[in-house]
Ligand binder design. Sequence first.
Ligand code: PLP
Length: 428
Amino acid sequence: MKTYQDMNHEELVSLHTQLLEQYNCMKALNLNLNMARGKPDFEQTELSLPILDVINSHYDFGDKIAYCNYGILDGIDEAKDFFAKMLDTNPQNMIIYGNSSLTIMFDQISRGYTHGYLGNTPWCKLPKVKFLCPVPGYDRHFAITEHFGIEMINIPLYEDGPDMDMIEEYVNHDESVKGIWCVPQYSNPTGTTYSDEVVKRFAQLKPAASDFRIFWDNAYIVHHLYDEHPQVLNILSECEKAGHPDLVFEFCSTSKVTLPGAGVAALATSLANKEDILKHMSVQCIGYDKINQLRHVEYFQKIESLDEHMKKQAALLRPKFETVLDIFEKELSGLNIGKWTKPRGGYFITFEAMDNCAKDIIQKCKEAGTLLTNAGATYPYGKDPRDATIRIAPSYPTLNELKKATKLFVLCVKLVSIEKLLVNKKMI
Ligand code: PLP
């Protein structure tokens, strides 16, 4: 099979004509599909609806009647136990919140900005504050740091984690670098899982700033697509071993375990950080939704049921990932017009198009009725320097819709790539 680069002008033009015909046929179908956001589909959320029956007006609260009232700021003990098992840490290091881990992350940045961590100068009083951002990454992380006017620095993300040489250089020498966003397991959007060596190097950082923190967003810690799966080394215990217990804020939630918007979110950190956070939280809140915390614990009972539950989620999600990957393999391999990740878990596949093609591919898909995440969204300030990265979210459409959307996507990749090649070779 010839790569597109090996084709001559006539071959490219004739292929373009054929593909354009197919594209126009698909356009005529008036599709209305969405592969833009990583939302579970209805069947996935349906798996968790029985959780709503666990606590009702007949529930015997017994000695837990305090859960019906204000208070218990750091969460109920049962939930601390449950989330500590999920994160493989100690219950005393946990704070259990409301429904969203993103809100906790926002609050943590906000506290650094207005009050400072553990007595450090609030960032708003400093001339410059910087954050490191492994890319491609999660757009909502970048939106938070941008919201606070924090300068974001791109760090390349490789197959085993971010570029640690670059991170060490910045963190260990630049006092204005105050944090880094990390999604260590099945990263959004590449599906990358950090290797043990990467986690150890994180723990051994010697930050120039005493208030530098690793924002370790373990959003996909239990979201394996396959029984055989990688497990990220425990960052909290690695940091403790390395003598830097306060270096990390670790976040997680059950948004994509049970019900997005009605799940439970949690943070794990050192006891010193926890005390500092609770001081601020006590001004902000009297206590989170302990009934929902209890509902989750009662529903799962033990951590093993969570594994069973996630296997059911995987059984729904896996065919969707495999559908996209099979179509990519069949339609695109050997053409040299794109690369894609093959995640073992999480919610996303990353497609890397030829340079300067992502925006046009996404626009072409949109014109034919299929929405993808905006080009550039996976980079700070919405700027993908190569305009090449496209985030694919296979979870929400039905399998049938997904097949159509992926076939359309592949057509758009081919069309745009040919158009760029013709322009680059000045063949038009
Ligand atoms: N973190 C990552 C990496 C995500 O991909 C998402 C959602 O897509 C979130 C956090 C949102 O988490 P939550 O629903 O707990 O706010």
